[in-house]
Ligand binder design. Structure first.
Ligand code: NAD
Length: 267
């Protein structure tokens, strides 16, 4: 990164980093010397076990601090950024990663699920960015990476809320990039295809029971339907893409959506 601060003075907030993609991003940032604000839902015991897992991966120096906020609430989404700023001094990198999924046809889609997905997957991204941008502008430095999805670029059946929210994230990413193009603030989205995480595991389990398949066969059919490479993107690959976007080489990359989809959208 082209800036005068050493990395350990830089603060990154990664939402939804107690699991899956967010956890891998947080771990990679810690190993790279960032001070990381870990965030995600869970009981005290669950959070402790994540912190222990992080310590075993990255060592006990430069341990992250965990922050709690339920991103269904706009106040908590904005409050999360303020709390990190007040406890850790700043937010230089904001990774909006928290997200949930629900599958159902439009006519059967529960209103409560629609509202929840729009709140967590889209509105919280807006609120966190709105809260973080003033500090980034004051310091003339900021990096925002939104973990959207390939469903920010194309649709799939039975994912109305998720697809709508992720298309919204891609649009919001472009708007923030344009509004800040003359400052040293970039905003980009990453659009993964399938990644093995608890969010996808639920869909694999659904397939196993709906189609009478074993776990491996269910994963194979999931990939076969959409992803020509027939391979999952790993959480570590996504962490590396974040590292690239926030590096000096990425300093003039802004407003873009990086597909990591095994040619899903090339078809
Ligand atoms: P995951 O289920 O492993 O992790 C989700 C995280 O979000 C957890 O830390 C959880 O605590 C947090 N979270 C959920 N609801 C919350 C709430 N109300 N308030 C605060 N935090 C909440 O999921 P994942 O697969 O790692 O997904 C991370 C992101 O990547 C999501 O935005 C998802 O849409 C996106 N994504 C995932 C895949 C995939 O294949 N796994 C593909 C494309 C995009």
């Amino acid at each position: 990164m082209s800036n005068h601060r050493s990395r350990h003075e830089r603060v990154a907030l990664v939402t939804g980093s107690t699991s899956g993609i967010g956890l891998a991003i947080a771990q990679a940032l810690i190993l790279d010397g960032w001070m990381v604000a870990l965030h995600g839902l869970g009981t005290a015991q669950e959070i402790d076990s994540v912190l222990m897992q992080v310590a075993s991966q990255v060592g006990s120096s430069n341990m992250p601090r965990h922050f709690h906020a339920d991103l269904r609430s706009p106040e908590q989404a904005r409050g999360l950024v303020s709390e990190v700023e007040s406890k850790l001094g700043r937010v230089d990198l904001l990774v909006n990663n928290a997200g949930i999924q629900h599958t159902s046809r439009v006519e059967d889609f529960p209103t409560s699920k629609w509202d929840e997905i729009m709140a967590i997957n889209l509105s919280a991204v807006f609120h966190a960015c709105a809260a973080a941008l003033p500090g980034m502008k004051r310091r003339n430095f900021g990096r925002i990476v939104n973990i959207a999805s390939i469903h920010g670029l194309v649709a799939s059946a039975e994912k109305a809320a998720y697809v709508s929210a992720k298309h919204g994230v891609v649009g919001l990413t472009k708007t923030i990039a344009l509004e800040n193009a003359r400052s040293n603030i970039t905003c980009n989205a990453i659009c993964p295809g399938w990644v093995r995480t608890p969010l996808v595991e639920a869909q694999v389990l659904h397939r196993m029971s709906a189609m009478g398949l074993d776990h491996e066969a269910a994963e194979r059919t999931l990939l076969a339907e959409k992803e020509p490479s027939q391979r999952f993107t790993t959480t570590e690959h996504i962490a590396s893409a974040v590292a690239f976007l926030i590096s000096e080489a990425g300093s003039n990359i802004t407003g873009t959506s990086l597909a990591m989809d095994g040619a899903w959208t090339a078809q």
